[in-house]
Design a protein around this ligand. Structure first.
Ligand code: ZN
Length: 213
């Protein structure tokens, strides 16, 4: 079943370095436990809305990711519990990142949370086996990132269980599961698409914001 995305999440939990080849391309080791960070819910936009490059950054990049949308409040999920009963479904997410700011700040908050930096959609797919599906990013029709969810260091069930033990997940909360290799810079005039097998295509044009005098 396809559902509309009609809720603003209380939080967007992201997982860094969850594909070994992407960790390597940025010169990082694969973490021993999931590396978590948050994106501001105010960064969310829908399919078709523009990603706005802010004047503060000289290097904004795409990150195509499978996103989990929560159905039930989840706290301290036990090892033997069925994680999927807490999950509403899955969608495409673009974890847009100001890479220069992420590096300069060390903290990810600012570089990941500019307005428009979290395209999500086009809808939530409720019946999907996400254990081995293709995740792709195309810019102006050209494939930049390709990976399969089976390459994740920490798979979906593990991530939801792990995160529920660090913070309570609420209905509508979004978990971005990490990006495969191939991240690259976005420029005004580009069209960036996240394409996930069994879900569909999330497409957003890229524009720039003029510097305020
Ligand atoms: Zn990411």
């Amino acid at each position: 079943m396809k559902l509309e995305i009609d809720k603003t999440p209380s939080k967007i939990v992201c997982v860094g370095r969850n594909y070994a080849d992407h960790a390597a391309e940025l010169g990082n080791e694969v973490p021993k436990a999931p590396l978590l960070f948050l994106k501001a819910p105010s960064s969310l936009i829908r399919d078709g809305e523009p990603i706005v490059i802010p004047p503060q950054s000289e290097r904004v990049e795409h990150e195509a990711e499978l996103a989990i949308v929560m159905k039930e409040r989840a706290k301290d999920i036990a090892d033997d519990e069925d994680v999927f009963k807490y999950i509403l479904g899955f969608t495409c997410l673009n974890d847009v990142t100001a890479r220069d700011i992420q590096r300069a700040d060390v903290q990810f908050t600012r570089g990941k949370s500019f307005d428009t930096f979290c395209p999500i959609g086009p809808h939530i797919e409720t019946e999907l086996d996400v254990s081995d599906i293709e995740v792709q990013c195309r810019v102006n029709g050209e494939v930049r990132q390709t990976g399969r969810t089976s390459q994740m260091v920490f798979p979906v069930e593990f991530l939801v269980r792990y995160i529920s033990r660090q913070m309570t997940l609420m209905p509508g909360d979004v978990i971005a599961t990490g990006t495969p290799a191939g991240v690259s810079q976005l420029h005004p005039g580009d069209v960036c698409e996240v394409v996930i097998e069994g879900i569909g295509t999330l497409s957003n044009p890229v524009i720039s914001k003029p510097i305020q005098p």
